[in-house]
Structure formats: structure tokens, C-alpha cells
Ligand binder design. Structure first.
Ligand SMILES: Nc1ncnc2c1ncn2[C@@H]1O[C@H](COP(=O)(O)OP(=O)(O)OP(=O)(O)O)[C@@H](O)[C@H]1O
Length: 240
């Protein structure tokens, strides 16, 4: 397996308050669609943030297609895109055009070129008419699409999606699911809903900062569901 192909973590640990919230994780991910499942507080978001380079690990190395995502150059910033669970954590600009173009303009792409590229992407997704719309006037589903296009405009090789379906109605969720499924990017998605990751190539069950199970959905999800149901009925359910 080549280190320039896919996502590679070697002995990655993240320590906060004297506690390892990621505990020596080593993973080679070359599958197109990888799901992260696990209880609240198990470390899924921290792992996704480490892969994006938003958190530099206290130990170990992370490489995405041969690139250290935590370096601050254009290649590192654009190798992976992160779709936050809450659009409010992602949206920075008043209008849709500015929001989608932000990554380009921030990275010194000339304004006219950034606008051209952004409008072409918006056109391709049938939302060119939103160019001057205030992002604050969009519905949550529309905002999720804007955030996703703001990520895709950077042409990342890896997409990190933190519970992308939260708060969406069923038709919007089906539409977003189909949209995400046809994207060419390698995708790592956090989900609390096993149904949404049944068709993925690989599922990683994260538990207390470690990988508890790793394999095809049919191998990992039944055991995960059974454990979640058992833990939900146990007295210690709030203690994670
Ligand atoms: N900066 C921090 N300082 C201290 N503890 C932290 C910090 N960031 C995360 N943690 C802790 O690390 C653990 C893992 O958090 P993380 O957000 O990665 O979990 P998660 O699996 O994504 O949870 P959820 O499903 O609730 O989003 C939690 O116990 C959290 O409280």
C-alpha cells in the first residue's frame, strides 16, 4: 500500500487534561467510503479533526495522500474538506457566493477567478440564482448544501462529514445522501444512525479513543447496535 494513496495514521494520540482521547490509533484507509460510529464522547469528532489537520496529534503521524494536513500551506489546507455538524460553525460570510468562494479567496486565488469557479459550481448544482442571497435566509438543508459546496470548491481529495444528516427532513436527507454518494472524493463520515452507513465500504467503531471494531458494515454494525442497546439499558448510560 502506498503512503501517497489514502489516509494513513500511525500511533496517533491526542491527550487532553491528562487523558488520552485518542489512544495510539493506527489506520490505513484506502476505501472510498469509511464510516465512524461510536458513543457520544468516544473520540469520533477528534479523529475526524485530526485527519483534517484541525488538531495536531500529541503523538504519531497523519498523512493524507502523502500530505501532512496540519501544515498551513495550500496543499495541506485543501487536501481534506470538513463539513461540520452545525452549519453555524462553518458559515463565515453574509452571502452565498462569498461563502462558497471563501476558501479560494482566502488562499489568494484572484477575486474574479474565485467568482468564476464558484459560479460554475453553483450553476452545476442549480443554485446560481442564490448568488446574492443572505446565507441567514436559507433553510438548514440549503445551508448544508452551501457548506458542502464551500468544501467542494477547494477540490479536496478527502471529505470529512460530521453527522451531515442531523436536523434534515427525510426528502432533504435522501437528496443529500444521493449527492454525497456520487461524489468522487474519499469520504469519512461520522454517523449515529447505522442505516445511513450500511452501504459503506468500511465501518470503524470508535470506543474510548481506540478502534473497537473495524470491517465491513455487515460485520461491525450488528455488534455495535447490540452493544448500544445493552448500554442504553444499563444504569451507567450517562457516564460515557
Ligand atoms: N479540548 C478538549 N479538552 C478536554 N476534553 C476534550 C476536548 N475535546 C474533546 N474532549 C473530550 O474527548 C472526548 C471525545 O470527544 P469527541 O468530541 O471526539 O467525541 P465524539 O465521539 O465525537 O462525541 P459526539 O458523538 O458526542 O459528538 C470527550 O470525552 C470530550 O469531552
Amino acid at each position: 500500500m502506498s503512503a501517497t494513496d489514502g489516509i494513513h495514521l500511525t500511533d496517533v494520540s491526542v491527550v487532553r487534561g491528562g487523558r488520552a482521547i485518542l489512544d495510539g490509533i493506527s489506520l490505513d484507509m484506502t476505501e472510498r467510503r469509511v464510516a465512524l460510529v461510536g458513543r457520544n464522547g468516544s473520540g469520533k469528532s477528534t479523529l475526524a479533526r485530526v485527519i483534517k489537520g484541525l488538531i495536531r496529534p500529541d503523538a504519531g503521524t497523519v498523512r493524507l495522500y502523502g500530505i501532512d494536513p496540519a501544515k498551513r500551506d495550500f496543499g495541506s489546507l485543501s487536501v481534506a474538506g470538513f463539513l461540520f455538524q452545525n452549519s453555524d460553525h462553518q458559515i463565515l460570510c453574509p452571502t452565498v457566493l462569498e461563502e462558497i468562494a471563501f476558501g479560494l479567496t482566502e488562499n489568494a486565488v484572484p477575486q474574479a477567478e474565485a467568482e468564476r469557479t464558484t459560479l460554475a459550481l453553483m450553476e452545476a448544482h442549480g443554485i446560481a440564482g442564490w448568488r446574492d442571497r443572505a446565507v441567514s435566509t436559507l433553510s438548514e438543508g440549503q445551508r448544508r448544501l452551501v457548506c458542502l459546496l464551500a468544501v467542494l470548491v477547494m477540490e479536496p481529495r478527502v471529505l470529512l462529514l460530521d453527522e451531515p444528516y442531523t436536523g434534515l427532513d427525510i426528502p432533504t436527507r435522501i437528496r443529500l445522501d444521493a449527492f454525497i454518494a456520487q461524489l468522487p472524493q474519499q469520504t469519512v463520515m461520522i454517523s449515529h444512525d447505522p442505516d445511513t452507513v450500511e452501504s459503506f465500504d468500511r465501518v470503524l467503531w470508535i470506543d474510548a479513543g481506540r478502534v473497537r471494531a473495524d470491517g465491513a458494515p455487515a460485520d461491525v454494525l450488528p455488534a455495535f447496535l447490540a452493544a448500544m442497546q445493552a448500554e442504553g439499558q444499563a444504569d451507567s448510560a450517562w457516564s460515557a
